[in-house]
Design a protein. Sequence first.
Length: 170
Amino acid sequence: MTYVFTDSKWLYVIGLLIVTGIYTNIVNWITELFVDLVATIMSFGRIAANNQTLSVILVVVYILIAVILNIISVLFLNVNEQIAYAYLDSYDIGEGVFYTFKKAFVLMTKKENMLQFFYLQLSFLGWYILNTLTLGILGICWFNAYAEMTYAGFYDEITKKRRLKKRLNH
């Protein structure tokens, strides 16, 4: 990210950080709102039913809904992982902050890209656990750079595929 401060790009980056921060907070807020809403509805249902079997069913339904909503929010938050790379593409050709965000969003909401990125992140699960066990020292020394380079390579691949499809369609 030090590349950002070489020109007048820092103002653009500040705008990008503000937009991504707002986006992240909105996604987290909506997820929490829906999970809390479902929990409230479920608790009223359990009180009204006063039936142990129905209470268990409602708790299981609540857990499933909460898990599904959190998975959806993680998928949308994966857009943030690719925004920095979309920024580097967009700034040089004069596209704005919102276009950069839109570009990353379009790339990461395609089903095949979402699944590939999810599997890519899953492949780092062991490294994340090892990083936690070393209290983040592994991440500082090596893993964070390795993961970022992998994410950059992923972005490069999906944009190459997109450009190739555009050429074949024209």
